[in-house]
Design a protein around this ligand. Structure first.
Ligand code: DGJ
Length: 730
């Protein structure tokens, strides 16, 4: 059983294969957090907690003269509000009587087999053979009658623990939630810890930053209405000495696509608290009596094997327990060509057919018609919302175009930006009130477009209907779902004035409803998410789409960093990666090697390539298909850090049974008369012998991992190498 309740110690221990997480129904029934780290069985870790009088720390009334008990110094599982804990709280609620207080103590718990579910938000799921147990602990406030249910699921083999929070208004007056964090992770000693996050910007998403914990609150979050380019809902807390291959690392990944906040606070006693959940900015959620609010699920993992160990846990888990699409496991993803950088919006059916014909010679399986096919969309100032085919461009009709592409032996894909509306659109002219704008205040434009009020049911229904109509009337194999602005002017014309604080979250709930409805009615379509590149690359999106566009930046050398950073939590199989014209000094083959660290495809005008280039592309598409199982199901290793000065960037995919591996190297800098460089492999069997690219000689895994592979020096700039290692005696 992954969850043990110890009656005597009043502890709950959540055990995965290699980790334990423990809580205790402690003094005065406050729920204390005792431990998260390497397995401890169900030993009572309560001995860790020492209580002594600490000046200026409040004591709960019930402790009377026992001045040694202060919530300000206790490690907690759900930090309270206004109970003498002055650190960051997990909840802020305005009760029916106007008071700001939550004093929740343990009143109940239950344990069951299987995974808990949320009614309103996406979660990971258990597969048939997974050992999963769940726990619910209830904290109740006796005065306000507000209850908080803490939900845990323990995925034993996967070394993953998930947590979500439900708030129930058990009182008889409405309450207002102003902050609700999905996770609260307290460490008794955090002074030696670092915080790793994935900040970025448009075109440079998920760069990696690491900072030492100091005595203040380190905040990471987004208030852009989406998880954003600028931050990602994923953080790692790790030991100061933790590195790629060793050290304790704790990951927290939030299944949410809207505003989020992570706060890591090192307190006066060197205790560390991490909370993570929906961002409280402009969040005021009203709960009437008996109403329930669900916070998003957080996916936690612990690894004592450094960043690689942690990444492998997330990669394996997100590859198998996050997205139900058949394209995750059963059906191989196609090699695609996208029309965006080939033609932008300047195309018609003839142009698309020409691209498809040329792409066919390059081994491409699928043509994607990007932005520009609908309404009167010749530039980005119009037509968003009018999801009807522009017959001046697609003169033969969409179904006919698709038939002609299919006749070439290729599949067809299409682009949408469902959440947006242009002022110059029939939709806006008919339903101005569907756009998010604050009455009397002309709204902020971004790419000259407005966001639809996704919280409205009629908007959701319109999108489901109009998008389904397109998908049902042509043989569409793939959909790219884009969003190209951050939200501002948060307002819903359908909600009363005292509920405007719910709009950010209701937008996300509406979005999930639309995606769910469209995807469920089209289980055979491959969906790819996109947000001006990788601006909403988060696990909730990956619950719906098996892949996400990493970035609009296709420069292969920048891509090395983009793929490196993204790989800290997201599997390579989710990373949309294409070869484009960007990076003209970089050889086409190198671009292909880089795009193979992802879903692989093209984003260029195939008709402009020479026959030799088309042939080279064909070879690369075939190579990608050959290595597909290794890349999509193998273990991914970062062999070097592209953010550090070095001459090469290398990475590796290793089959789970270690029978083969693909080691890729890009020479990023050639120093004149420099030393010989070696790349050390990882993840091989030390005693097995491996051939390299079909060589007669074989090398032991141990030699390849400890001494490494010498990389040829006399090569042109930006040369790439791919070494296919195959076990000889296996
Ligand atoms: C932003 C995306 O990231 C691009 O790939 C492209 O689809 C454009 N939007 C189209 O407007």
């Amino acid at each position: 059983m992954g969850i043990i309740y110890n009656e005597k110690f009043k502890t709950w221990t959540l055990n995965t294969k290699n980790s334990s997480y423990q809580m205790k129904d402690g003094n005065l029934n406050y729920l204390l957090h005792l431990y998260y780290g390497p397995s401890i069985g169900d030993a009572d870790m309560g001995y860790q907690i020492r209580q002594y009088d600490r000046g200026f720390s409040g004591n709960p009334y019930a402790s009377r003269n026992a001045r040694t008990f202060s919530l300000d110094a206790q490690p907690q599982e759900f930090s309270t509000q206004q109970q003498g804990d002055f650190r960051t709280s997990s909840i802020e609620v305005v009760n029916g009587d106007g008071s700001y207080s939550f004093n929740g103590t343990v009143t109940d718990h239950k344990i069951w087999k299987g995974k808990y579910k949320l009614d309103t938000l996406p979660t990971v799921f258990a597969r048939e053979n997974d050992t999963v147990d769940s726990l619910q602990i209830t904290l109740s406030d006796p005065v306000s009658k507000v209850q908080v249910h803490l939900l845990y699921s323990v995925f034993e083999e996967a070394d993953i623990i998930t947590r979500a929070v439900k708030v129930v208004n058990g009182g008889d007056r409405p309450i207002h939630l102003k902050k609700i964090m999905s996770v609260c992770l307290d460490f008794l000693n955090g002074a030696h810890m670092d915080l790793v996050s994935l900040p970025g910007r448009y075109g440079q998403e998920r760069q990696v930053e690491r900072q030492h914990m100091t005595h203040h609150i380190h905040t990471i979050g987004s208030v852009r209405g989406s998880s954003s380019h600028q931050q990602n809902p994923f953080v790692i807390l790790c030991d100061r000495e933790a590195a790629e291959d060793y050290g304790n690392c704790y990951g927290c990944s939030l299944m949410y696509s809207g505003n989020f906040l992570a706060e890591a606070e090192l307190d006066q006693y060197d205790q560390l608290r991490l909370v993570m959940g929906i961002h409280p900015k402009q969040f005021v959620y009203q709960l009437k009596p008996q109403e329930i609010f669900e916070g998003p699920e957080a996916v936690m993992a612990f690894s004592a094997k450094g960043f690689t160990g942690l990444s492998h846990l997330y990669h394996d888990f997100y590859r198998s327990n996050l997205c139900a699409s058949k394209f995750v496991q059963e059906v191989q993803r196609p090699v695609l060509i996208n029309s965006w950088e080939a033609a932008f919006m300047d195309f018609d059916d003839t142009k698309l057919l020409e691209i498809a014909k040329a792409a066919k010679k390059m081994g491409v399986d699928l043509l994607v018609m990007d932005d520009g096919w609908f309404g009167k969309r010749d530039d980005d100032n119009s037509s968003l919302g009018d999801w009807v085919v522009n017959q001046e461009k697609i003169r033969c009709g969409l179904d006919q175009l698709v038939e002609q592409i299919n006749a070439l032996g290729m599949k067809f894909g299409i682009w949408f930006e469902p959440e947006m509306v242009s002022e110059d659109s029939d939709l806006y002219r008919a339903h101005k009130d569907w756009a998010m704008e604050i009455p009397g205040r002309p709204g902020v434009r971004s790419r000259n477009q407005l966001a639809l009020d996704m919280s409205r049911t009629e908007v959701q229904d319109y999108l489901i209907k109009s998008i389904n109509q397109i998908l049902d009337n042509a043989n569409i194999y793939y959909v790219k779902w884009d969003i190209n602005r951050s939200l501002a002017d948060i307002w819903s014309n359908a909600l009363p004035t005292d509920k405007q604080g719910e709009v950010y979250h209701r937008y996300i709930l509406g979005l999930y409803r639309v995606m769910d409805a469209i995807i469920k009615t089209h289980p055979d379509i491959l969906f790819e998410g996109c947000s001006g590149g990788g601006g909403r690359y988060d696990p909730a999106m990956l619950h719906y789409y098996p892949q996400y566009w990493v970035s609009d930046n296709n420069h292969p050398i920048d891509r090395l960093k983009l793929h490196y950073g993204t790989s800290f939590v997201y599997p390579v199989s989710s990373m949309g990666a294409h070869i484009s014209d960007s990076g003209r000094l970089v050889p086409l083959r190198t671009k292909a090697v880089v795009a193979m660290c992802g879903t692989f495809g093209y984003e260029l005008d195939a008709t402009h390539l020479t026959e030799e280039e088309q042939q080279l592309c064909k070879e690369q598409s075939d190579l990608f298909r050959k290595y597909y199982p290794l890349i999509f199901q193998g273990d991914y290793y970062r062999l070097s850090n592209p953010f550090e000065m070095g001459n090469m960037t290398a990475w590796q995919h290793v089959a789970k049974d270690k029978s083969e591996s693909l080691l890729s190297v890009v020479v990023t800098n050639l120093t004149c008369n420099g030393p010989q460089e070696y790349i050390r492999a990882k993840g091989l069997l030390p005693d097995a012998m491996y051939t390299i690219n079909g060589s007669k000689e074989a090398y032991s895994g141990s030699a390849l991992m400890n001494a490494g592979l010498p990389i040829e020096r006399e090569v042109p700039e930006y040369t790439a190498f791919q070494f296919h290692l195959v076990r000889k005696d296996g």
